[in-house]
Write a new protein. Structure first.
Length: 53
């Protein structure tokens, strides 16, 4: 018996400068409106390691 597993990998980056935090305002058309930290989906052959691809 085999089971197929589907997975997706996402990243998020929290950037703070003193009392300021970088946020993006997502539009309603994306399905999740509001403010969120920058990030995105990691696709092959991208790497989650800094400076590698």
């Amino acid at each position: 018996m085999t089971t197929e597993v589907t997975h997706k990998l996402y990243t998020m980056c929290m950037i703070q400068d003193g009392t300021k935090v970088l946020l993006m305002n997502r539009p309603d058309k994306k399905g999740f409106p509001g403010y969120i930290a920058p990030g995105g989906k990691v696709e092959f052959p991208e790497s989650i390691e800094w400076g590698h691809s």
